[in-house]
Design a protein around this ligand. Sequence first.
Ligand code: TPP
Ligand code: SF4
Length: 286
Amino acid sequence: MDKQQTAFDMPASTDVAWCPGCGNHKVIEAVGGALEALRIEPEHLVMVSGIGQAAKAPQYLKVNMFNGLHGRALPAALGIRLANKELTVVVESGDGDLYGEGGNHFLHAIRRNFNVTIIAHDNMIYGLTKGQASPTSRRCMKTPVQVGGVLLEPFNPLAVALALDAPFVARAFAGNVEQTRSIIMEAIRFKGCALVDVFQPCVVFNKLNTYQWFRENTCELPEDHDPSDRQMAMAQAFRSDPLPLGIFYRNDKRKIYEDLAGTGEPLFRQTPTSDEAFRAMLEAFR
Ligand SMILES: Cc1ncc(C[n+]2csc(CCOP(=O)(O)OP(=O)(O)O)c2C)c(N)n1
Ligand code: SF4
């Protein structure tokens, strides 16, 4: 099916550094479609990322963006949310950036339950730095560094998120843009920290986890899956052969950090800034 144009698409002439066929193209197609369908006003949206191929995603969408240090997308996103509760904040970054370099922030963003959507482009490899193992690489996969094969079992982001009582936990496959779009829509609509781990093939450096591999090794969650049941979600998160896709868990009752911290006073103060005051502030930091 032809790609649907959205208000969030960059002009066709935009120079995109991703390889043809990379799953990242599909992820941003799904994200753009979700934002459009949700009628999000671009001025009320900020996308945040760290470093890596996936972390370039916000640069290829017509959105406000903040590109932080490697692994530091989440603290930047939480700061943005604290500064302005009116903003929709979406983090898009790679499995290495979010679960490896940014692992500690991943844990604490979930524990705090900030109202942020986390979209992990999970290609099970370090793409930008040419194919070393990432935390989600499969055991025994050979890479230029792990020449004898990866020794460790992969990090399980869904099980870790569920253990921390993440209130929204889902997984999608970039090869199915429609399903990815609808899961991302649910995640952005959700009030609280929402994790969507999206399988995203790296067609250059990951010769194991190809589109074909994901098609053969994933399945839908069972029809009788109850997303309000955390134990059931945990059992599905531990399934690996095949790996289930869909919304594993949602808990609409968990309070977000900003509400917990509420003393009646907002966590931020929006003071109107004149052009002159803004320029003076910039000068002070030169
Ligand atoms: C502190 C720090 N460590 C390491 C690097 C090198 N580095 C840049 S991107 C990257 C891996 C990114 O992998 P991932 O987040 O999975 O994204 P992908 O490129 O696969 O989309 C690494 C190790 C860096 N830039 N900064
Ligand atoms: S190297 Fe892999 S992750 Fe990077 S753009 Fe190419 S296909 Fe995508």
